[in-house]
Design a protein around this ligand. Structure first.
Ligand SMILES: [Zn+2]
Length: 428
């Protein structure tokens, strides 16, 4: 799906559906707008069910002041207008009240995006706008003044969040990424000390030189085409299950001993197509496509482990709560967790840049899941479904562990019972 070729009405409905069905707004809360090249502002209507919006419901506040459409424009239109007046570079604004970001907004604390490099990069610094009456000119002035300082993401005191972007998708991705940070931080705080990255630790993310030389494939085998569809399906599923967000998560699968397929860098995971996947063959990438920045790590894993056929890197919030805190992820919770995850080593942050070979050595079918501190959870498997299952079990196990704290401490499966599991399932 190419948003830039869609009419603003269709983009607004599509993104509102993603926000509503992603649990980031209620039926009545939240509003989005797009500023057209001629100065018209397309905006979601007031008092219309956000779960059942159609393109005909979208309002247009024209450059000359006329209002077109069957409803009233959103009651928060004044602050959209005020932001566009201060920031002519912005083409779209997203506003919502996602529960996790509301928690930060009512505690009057800005979520720290330096928990993982990608979040920091997508959101940039987060601004803060003081409270004012909803729909008032004063609220508009407060929010616009913060955007005028150069922020693209602004937390609204006792209200919610507003983000801007060069496109509606970019503004949405900033909202979604900050919401991910908020959810992850809240879970991690329950586990103890939260670790964040310094400027020096964040720097290598963009500095990484990982573009492989190009080659032009002469044909695509049926096996490769089959795997393209499977890999795209699993990324969409990971998105739907909130194991990935639009800006985070990488999956790859081996095609044969010389080649593998990997997801591209920078594309919306929700709308990834089979044509977006990048074929890597003999250390070269398919012409005209940019593979994930972690391609060398995948390459090293496939090289060292002929029995590994799939690698997934993800940032699911509960597993990431362990990756950004110093708490131990104990897998001796239920048999399913121990059998699928085994013991999960922690890899110090930075190794993913400096020593992909070392990481490849740390992972195997016997140790199939790693936590890379302040970066991701990494899972490998014999096929795409098994690897995805590990990711899902890791997320569910992490969530259960975090939630258990409100009931009582974990009582792990005992040593003898673990030994019996290892024997019964041939885990050693
Ligand atoms: Zn609001």
């Amino acid at each position: 799906m190419k948003y830039d070729l869609m009419h603003p009405r269709d983009q607004l409905v599509n993104i509102m559906n993603r926000i509503y069905h992603g649990g980031m707004t209620t039926l009545s809360g939240g509003n989005l707008s797009i500023k057209d090249e001629n100065g018209d502002i397309w905006i979601t209507p007031a008092a219309v069910d956000k779960g059942k919006l159609s393109p005909q419901d979208i309002m247009c506040v024209c450059e000359d002041g006329r209002i077109e459409g069957p409803h009233r424009p959103s009651s928060e239109y004044p602050f959209h207008r005020a932001i566009y007046a201060q920031r002519p570079d912005l083409q779209a604004i997203v506003h919502a009240h996602p529960p996790a970001l509301v928690s930060f907004s009512i505690a009057r604390e800005i979520p720290d995006t330096s928990i993982i490099p990608q979040a920091q990069r997508v959101c940039g610094p987060v601004g803060y706008a003081p409270y004012a009456l909803t729909g008032s000119e004063q609220l508009g002035a407060n929010i616009a003044a913060t955007f005028a300082d150069g922020y693209n993401v602004v937390l609204l005191e006792n209200h919610g969040i507003a983000t801007g972007g060069n496109s509606l998708l970019e503004a949405f991705q900033r909202l979604e990424t900050l919401d991910f940070c908020a959810r992850t931080l809240m879970q991690a705080k329950g586990l103890g000390q939260v670790n964040t990255l310094t400027k020096e630790q964040l720097a290598p993310f963009d500095a990484r030189k990982n573009e492989l030389p190009e080659f032009a494939p002469t044909n695509h085998s049926s096996r490769e085409r089959e795997l393209r569809q499977q890999l795209v399906d699993i990324v969409h599923r990971a998105y739907a299950r909130q194991l990935m967000i639009s800006t985070e998560g990488v999956a790859s699968t081996r095609v044969d001993e010389r080649s593998f397929l990997i997801t591209p860098t920078g594309l919306d995971r929700r709308n990834l197509g089979v044509e977006d996947l990048v074929l890597i063959q003999d250390g070269q990438r398919e012409q005209g496509k940019l593979s994930s920045r972690s391609v060398r790590l995948h390459q090293a894993i496939y090289k060292q482990h002929p029995d590994v056929h799939c690698v997934i890197l993800a940032q699911s919030p509960s597993a990431m709560a362990f990756a950004i805190s110093s708490s131990h992820f104990d897998t001796r919770t239920i048999p399913e967790s121990y059998i699928l995850l085994r013991q999960i080593p922690r890899i110090p942050h930075g190794k993913q840049y400096t020593a992909p070979g070392e990481l490849a050595t740390a992972v195997s079918l016997q140790t199939p899941v790693l936590l890379i501190e302040n970066d991701c959870i990494l899972a490998v498997g014999q096929n795409i479904l098994q690897t995805f299952d590990r990711l899902e079990v890791a997320e569910y196990s992490a969530r259960a562990l975090i939630d258990t704290a409100t009931i009582g401490p974990l009582v792990p499966i005992g040593g003898e019972d673990i030994a019996a599991l290892e024997k019964a399932f041939n885990l050693t």
